[in-house]
Design a protein around this ligand. Structure first.
Ligand SMILES: Cc1cc2nc3c(=O)[nH]c(=O)nc-3n(C[C@H](O)[C@H](O)[C@H](O)COP(=O)(O)OP(=O)(O)OC[C@H]3O[C@@H](n4cnc5c(N)ncnc54)[C@H](O)[C@@H]3O)c2cc1C
Length: 704
């Protein structure tokens, strides 16, 4: 090996050669002084189980990579695979540039120490270690550990800013992270217009422009007791093998169900996906489709690539600019070509800013990201969570810790009896992905409806999500659990039945992922199977199904009021006309439970809670929930809640959203919400459920 100076570039979540500041610097600066470059990726033993790489007869020196609260694997099979593919593609791309990638497993500081020792007194010697800075606590600890290894060996260490985000850290206007507003809207306003914010993408690297890759024989082998296979499928297999069955008796993959995220990892795949999204018009229509639940293109599915740094947010922005400015003939036929920013592309930027914001919150609040009380200041925190851990449970916790453990298992498997939640959980289990809408509902269900420690959910997601990202996941869970930076806190609760009616009108999504329910006639039964009448249950072999006999939560969803201005039923109809489909559904005057529970206004009042406990134990609100201000806000306004309804607030509560939203829609949203309960009324006409209109009747089909 030639004499010289070697730079070790330790990659983590910057798995790309395009728009990579470190590689760009090495390829273009003439004064960095390195003759050799050793790009290094380490599968980190504390975050991903690496015992599959241990040689026969040996034992891993590292503890199992399990989560703290729920004891789950920290990285499940979907992300492990996607990560391996991304690392492999990075290796191939570096090789195409005339460089390479060394892949190792273990603790990064152990790997680095062993490399430094192995290269000691050889040429080239290790002159420096560089890595991209991350702001999460574990990654910061790792950075410090690497820095101390370097310092002990008299080696330079440098952290580079992480440039995979939308607005560059230097351009946010924040002097320190402490200045970050606690409300997203304030931060957003400080950054608008978003289209002007991102920096340009760095130029593509020329072949052979990087310092030489050291000869293979000079690079010390993986440290004991691990061995690294040379083929991608073997690496994948070693990562997956220790994980075993994630859940015993998990529902099988449903026949015919198609993953919304069938994508392979890697930066080429990311760029291909990005170009497809722009060319197909999916970016143009994003604002209208982003709340979809089934299919590939209702949303971008770029999250997993963004999380691993296979693509930078500014590259996404740059591709949108080509469409908006009409500067790339490839997009000539795409709607919106050359017409500037449209609602769809603006909404994508908006979401990318959310991602930035979650990361900045993490920087601001540090380890509070993982705290049960979240970002909430201790003096304002008064919650009690239900737990499966006997040591942590309050005395007389109801349900008991053992019962909570069973409830959690059913939540994870998707057998709660709440259709939307079960579909989402099964989709997640089988594919590693579930939509933002479904995630919000699942998180709200676990934390607010069931009152279970939200960290179980966050850890479960950490294991299962293909796109897990520490700040996006944990801060979104906090947000949904009411301990994060949602200004509405406890007042924002998603009703999964109403949400299902809104976003899965005919139940296609639930039918796809919970196939036991696919032949049920009425969506309301699909959304809560226990509401189905006895003969239909029997007909479909569901009579003894646990989702019927013991639903974890019952939400009374009454169908007994006329909507204002509504004229027709849900847009997609199967079978006969209105009367045949909606009639006699048992949800109106004859719905199960409603007659017995009829309240003063003739509609249902239902004590909703655990099937066995009859209470949520969450009557600790900080004031009555407010209706949204400023009229109906479509999702693109984002800060406006989709659903408000009571959860444990004392006293009768009556809100007329007609007035509040100013558009005359959603008039069904009124009445009393009992303590520990929710009661919703969907529009009801001639005995049939009516649609919840969007757009509002003033513009849509229900307009007078
Ligand atoms: C409980 C919960 C957990 C979540 N966990 C993660 C996670 O671990 N990793 C992750 O990337 N996202 C997470 N999200 C945010 C969001 O659900 C996903 O980013 C999105 O569903 C990914 O699909 P997509 O790429 O098609 O998103 P799109 O709708 O196409 O959005 C474009 C991009 O914007 C970003 N984005 C969108 N919504 C959000 C958001 N609410 N917060 C932060 N970034 C957002 C993502 O990078 C996404 O790829 C979570 C949301 C909730 C409610």
């Amino acid at each position: 090996m030639a004499a010289g100076k070697l730079l070790v570039y330790l990659l983590r979540r910057d798995l790309r050669v395009t728009d990579n500041p470190i590689l760009h610097h090495l390829a273009t600066a003439s004064d960095h002084g390195f003759t050799h470059l050793l790009p290094l990726y380490v599968f980190p033993a504390h975050q991903i189980e690496v015992s599959g790489f241990v040689k026969d007869g040996e034992k891993s020196p590292y503890p199992p990579a399990r989560s703290r609260v729920g004891g789950y694997w920290r990285c499940g099979p979907h992300r492990a695979k996607f990560l391996a593919q991304s690392v492999w593609e990075l290796k191939e791309n570096l090789e195409q540039l005339g460089s390479g990638l060394v892949i190792r497993v273990g603790d990064a500081k152990d790997v680095l120490s062993s490399l430094i020792q192995g290269l000691k007194d050889k040429a080239p010697t290790v002159g420096a270690v560089w890595m991209t800075e991350e702001l999460s606590s574990e990654e910061k600890d790792e950075q410090e550990a690497i820095a101390s290894v370097c310092s002990a060996n008299d080696i330079d260490f440098r952290l580079w800013p992480d440039e995979k985000y939308f607005v560059d850290d230097q351009d946010t206007g924040l002097e320190t992270h402490k200045e970050l507003p606690d409300v997203f809207t304030s931060y957003r306003k400080s950054q608008e217009p978003l289209r002007d914010r991102p920096r340009s993408v760095l130029p593509r690297l020329e072949k052979s422009s990087l310092p030489s890759f050291p000869s293979e024989t000079s690079v010390p082998a993986q440290h004991h007791p691990f061995s690294i296979p040379r083929k991608l499928d073997e690496v994948e297999q070693r990562l997956l093998q220790p994980l075993g069955d994630i859940l015993a008796d998990a529902p099988p993959y449903p026949d015919g169900a198609e993953s919304a995220h069938p994508f392979r990892g890697g930066e080429n795949q990311a760029q291909e996906r990005l170009r497809h999204l722009v060319k197909s018009g999916a970016m143009t229509s994003y604002k209208d489709t982003r709340n979809g639940l089934l299919g590939l293109d209702f949303s971008t599915k770029l999250s997993a690539y963004l999380a691993l740094g296979c693509v930078s947010a500014r590259l996404v922005h740059a591709e949108l600019l080509k469409l908006e400015d009409g500067t790339d003939a490839e997009y000539e036929k795409t709607p919106g070509y050359g017409e500037g920013e449209c609602d769809g592309t603006a909404a994508v930027r908006f979401e990318l800013l959310w991602r930035d914001y979650m990361r900045l919150c993490m920087a601001k609040f540090g380890r509070k990201l993982f705290r049960q009380s979240g970002f909430t200041p201790s003096d304002k925190y008064d919650k009690t969570w239900k737990t499966a851990d006997k040591r942590d449970a309050k005395r007389n916790q109801t349900p008991s810790p053992d019962e909570i453990a069973k409830i959690l298992e059913r939540f994870e498997k998707g057998t709660t009896g709440m259709g939307l939640i079960d579909a989402s959980q099964r989709e997640l289990l089988h594919t590693g992905y579930t939509s933002n809408r479904a995630r919000q509902n699942s998180a709200s269900f676990l934390s607010k409806h069931l009152g279970i420690d939200w960290r179980y959910g966050a850890e479960w997601y950490e294991m299962m999500l293909v796109d897990f990202d520490v700040s996006s996941n944990w801060a979104n869970w906090q947000y949904m659990a009411g301990v994060g930076n949602d200004p509405r806190g406890d007042a924002r609760i998603f009703n999964p039945v109403k949400q299902a009616f809104d976003y899965d009108k005919d139940g296609s999504y639930v039918r796809t992922w919970v196939p036991e329910l696919k032949d049920l006639e009425k969506p309301e039964n699909v959304f809560q199977v226990w509401t189905t009448n006895g003969s239909e249950l029997e007909q479909h072999g569901l009579t003894n199904n646990i989702m019927v006999t013991d639903p974890i939560k019952r939400i009374e969803f009454t169908v007994d009021k006329k909507p204002k201005g509504s004229r027709r039923s849900f847009p997609r109809r199967r079978g006969q006309g209105r009367g045949g489909r909606r009639g006699g559904n048992g949800q109106g005057s004859g719905s199960p439970g409603t007659a017995a529970d009829a309240g003063a206004d003739g509609s249902a009042v239902h004590q909703s809670g655990y099937h066995s406990s009859g209470g949520m134990g969450q009557a600790r609100g900080r004031g009555a929930p407010r209706p949204p201000r400023g009229g109906y806000q479509p999702r693109a306004q984002y800060d406006a809640p989709q659903v408000f309804y009571n959860n444990g607030y004392a006293g009768p509560w009556s809100v007329d959203y007609n007035g509040a939203r100013g558009q005359g829609n959603y008039g069904f949203f009124r009445g009393y919400a009992p303590i520990h309960g929710q009661r919703m009324q969907v529009p009801y006409r001639n005995g049939y459920a009516q649609p919840m209109y969007f757009p509002p009747p003033a513009m849509g089909p229900g307009a007078p």
